[in-house]
Design a protein around this ligand. Structure first.
Ligand code: NAD
Length: 477
């Protein structure tokens, strides 16, 4: 039985804590308030930071095997609580069951797989005269700041490597989607020593306090590019380490040799997974002119078959927009298309009386390259489809963006696919597939899509300071 009336509290120093002021949390499918969570005060943040600093010496000295075992226990606890977390995630985020399942079981998988990683000392020299090694030591206290689109998984991408490498961590979820994170904090209380993982909730102000806090050594942030720039500026005062996972405007390039009817559904989900509220959603679809009309028609037909609704209904494939502010932003893009006389192949009419924040699937037919819908990140179920004919030109168009998060190329001619893919400026380039992630595969953005990376040993290293230790073995004094 899932207890939706649960009182959600922050985990600070191993205890549960609330606050006098609260933030209301909505179900985006109904616009109704489903819970209220603490709005942490500065003093509560200080208490969480002190607890994390106090817990750090012992946690960082805990043998790696023990920390790995604790990560696996967290994975097991997530699996034991999976049904509750999946239902809760749908309620607070809006995503339908399949997406919520992927995220919750994916979070457990991430803990298990990150637990297998180790950063061995690098032996630079080992001779009779000298030993030189570079080792990777934990940073101290990490502040993790998460967005609302994949609130659990993107928090786990920070928690698991931070803990494995011996850091302690405070998580601040988005004020729009704090419930699963608070629940995760509660679950981990039985596994981790007090102060090793705290979960604090609050608005953007709490995020700002974290980025300037002298007791926090690193900020691991996922969110908008503009917010990322604020974070970088604020963190400069204390020279915190940073990992920034920011916005994207991922292009997909489709070659003329594809079968339009077969590929249409894959291209559809490349763009509309998580209702387009996805950093790596295809946000510009470049289709070769020979197959353009057929692909557009096939995608329109496919879109008509997709069921939009409350994610709690098992037949729903696309849920609502997660919050009112984002809903207004997506409508602004639709209105901008209308203002400039762009043609919708489907969608474009929003039912303002709908019970939740619902936007219809909207395909924009060959808009100009400089229109807002092409050059910006709408973060909703609206996709521009653009024609191309010249390979060099389409590569230049794909790369003409401040962003460089992901990209994909689709075609039967594998030489052409690889040739084009190798010229795209993005952290991840998928060829004839998309959205394949792994705890062992580096993920991050080029250009204004980010700084540093998550996952893999490269991501793990970002939670450490490298330290070179030299020993002169021939002591002559
Ligand atoms: P957002 O930037 O509005 O908020 C993200 C988090 O930052 C929230 O917890 C928020 O409270 C906090 N925050 C806001 N202002 C802050 C400040 N000045 N200082 C510190 N913290 C602050 O982003 P969002 O709307 O939650 O998420 C959507 C964005 O995230 C999109 O641009 C999307 O592309 C991006 N995103 C990127 C990735 C990636 O891995 N690159 C993944 C998911 C989402």
């Amino acid at each position: 039985m899932i207890d939706f009336d649960h009182e959600y509290q922050m985990t600070i120093n191993g205890g549960l804590t609330t606050s006098d002021t609260k933030i209301e949390v909505y179900n985006p499918a109904t616009k109704s308030v489903i819970a209220s969570v603490p709005d942490a005060t500065k003093e509560q943040l200080d208490a969480a930071v002190i607890a994390a600093r106090n817990a750090f010496p012992e946690w960082s000295r805990t043998p790696l095997a023990q920390r790995q075992a604790d990560l696996i226990k967290i994975a097991e606890a997530i699996e034991e609580n999976a049904e509750e977390l999946i239902a809760l995630l749908t309620r607070e985020q809006g995503k339908p069951r399949a997406g919520a399942e992927w995220e919750i079981y994916g979070s457990a998988l991430w803990f298990r797989e990150i637990a297998k990683q180790t950063l061995n000392d690098e032996i630079v020299e080992e001779s009779d005269a000298r030993r030189v090694i570079t080792r990777f030591s934990p940073l101290g206290v990490v502040g993790a700041i998460a967005p609302w689109n994949f609130p659990v998984l993107l928090a786990v991408w920070k928690i698991a490597p931070a803990l494995l490498t011996g850091n302690t961590i405070l998580l601040k979820p988005s004020p729009y989607t704090p419930l699963c994170s608070l629940k995760l904090g509660e679950i981990c209380r039985g596994i981790l020593p007090p102060g090793v993982l705290s979960v604090v909730t609050g608005g953007d102000e709490l995020g700002k306090w974290m980025t300037t806090h002298p007791g926090i050594d690193k900020i691991a942030f996922t969110g908008h590019t503009d917010t990322g720039k604020h974070v970088m500026r604020s963190a400069a005062g204390t020279l915190k380490r940073l990992t920034l996972e920011l916005g994207g405007n991922d292009p997909a390039i489709v070659l003329p040799d594809v079968d339009p009817k077969v590929i249409a559904s894959q291209l559809f989900w490349a763009a509309f997974q998580n209702n387009g509220q996805f950093c790596n959603a295809t946000k510009r679809l470049y289709v070769h002119e020979h197959v353009y009309d057929e692909i557009l028609d096939a995608m329109v037909e496919y879109a008509k078959s997709v069921k939009i609704g409350n994610g709690a209904d098992p037949s729903t494939q696309l849920g609502p927009i997660q919050n009112g502010a984002q809903y207004a932003k997506v409508i602004e893009y639709i209105d901008d298309c209308k203002k400039h006389g762009l043609r919708f192949a489907i969608g474009g009419e929003v039912d303002a009386h709908a019970r939740g924040w619902f936007i219809p699937i909207t395909l924009v037919d060959n808009p100009p390259e400089d229109s807002r819908i092409v050059s910006e990140e709408p973060f909703g179920p609206i996709l521009p489809i653009l024609k191309w004919s010249d390979e060099e030109d389409v590569i230049a168009r794909a790369n003409k963006s401040q962003y460089g998060l992901g990209a994909s190329v689709w075609g039967k001619d594998l030489d052409a696919v690889e040739r084009i893919g190798s010229q795209l400026q993005a952290g991840t380039v998928w060829l004839n597939e998309i959205h394949q992630y792994s705890p062992h595969q580096a993920f991050g953005g080029h250009k204004e899509s980010g700084l540093g990376c998550e996952n893999s040993l490269h991501g793990l290293m970002e939670y450490t300071n490298w330290q070179t230790i030299t020993l002169n073995k021939q002591v002559g004094f």
